[in-house]
Design a protein around this ligand. Structure first.
Ligand code: HEC
Ligand code: HEC
Ligand code: HEC
Ligand code: HEC
Length: 135
């Protein structure tokens, strides 16, 4: 293999790495046990990957830093394991955190459903799905 191709190959591999890294955050189990202490509902499984790459949905539809009422978050700031990314970093109380998730998740699903598009779940049991122990 000539050296140029080697360089190009290495470049491509490094280039797609972030895609694999972000793919790790697929099927998150949202579990803020530190805030809720004891869950009264089954845990919610959330396909981050699927949401991340939906048409018409961008990172800043869900992630935000508000400054003077405007979302000024730079998506480059969203890196795996970043503590300040967690919703609970700012929405600290049980009621605030529960509302933050519910408002964000359900409002968007409602919007899609009303527009007659394929939407996500809107009822309690469809998000808080009862699963066999350990799942
Ligand atoms: C679109 C998905 C979605 C829907 C629909 C939804 N929830 Fe949630 N709910 C969540 C998420 C995500 C959390 C955060 C859980 C966590 O952080 O551990 C949550 C948290 C909660 C909590 C606090 C944690 C606990 O288990 O005690 C309660 C109570 C709750 N939801 C009840 C409800 C009820 C009642 C409904 C129906 C009226 C409902 N939810 C509908 C996603 C949803
Ligand atoms: C539909 C809402 C939504 C969209 C769109 C979205 N995210 Fe997220 N993201 C979340 C939620 C919810 C979490 C979990 C936060 C928590 O644990 O409190 C999260 C967590 C993350 C994390 C932390 C993962 C970890 O485990 O450390 C990163 C990094 C991230 N998102 C990056 C992105 C990027 C980059 C985009 C755009 C390409 C994006 N997100 C789009 C909702 C979303
Ligand atoms: C850096 C801090 C910070 C982080 C992290 C954060 N938020 Fe927020 N969020 C805010 C602030 C500030 C507001 C402005 C409204 C307020 O004062 O409640 C807000 C507002 C909201 C609102 C609108 C509230 C309403 O009453 O209309 C929702 C919904 C929401 N956040 C959901 C989330 C979700 C879901 C996450 C995690 C993916 C998240 N937030 C992460 C700081 C944050
Ligand atoms: C900005 C819009 C938007 C937000 C915010 C959003 N969703 Fe969704 N969600 C969608 C759409 C659109 C679909 C349907 C996509 C499809 O199935 O093709 C969907 C589908 C889903 C599904 C079923 C599809 C699957 O296979 O995963 C679940 C579960 C879900 N969402 C949970 C959540 C939870 C939990 C949150 C909040 C943490 C959330 N969503 C926030 C737009 C959104």
């Amino acid at each position: 293999m000539n050296i140029k191709i080697l360089y190009i190959t290495a470049f491509i591999i490094i280039g797609v790495m972030p895609l694999f890294l972000s793919a790790q955050s697929d099927e998150m189990i949202i579990n803020n046990v530190g805030v809720f202490k004891k869950h009264t509902r089954p845990l919610v499984h959330f396909s981050h990957f699927k949401h991340q790459y939906m048409d018409e949905v961008s990172c800043t539809d869900c992630h935000h830093i508000f400054f003077l009422g405007k979302n000024v978050l730079d998506p480059d700031y969203l890196i795996e394991g970043g503590k300040s990314i967690k919703c609970s970093y700012c929405h600290k109380s049980q009621s605030d955190l529960r509302q933050a998730y519910h408002k964000q998740c359900i409002a968007c699903h409602d919007k899609y459903a009303k527009a007659g598009k394929k939407a996500g779940p809107g009822t309690c049991g469809e998000c808080h799905v009862k699963r066999a122990a350990g799942k």
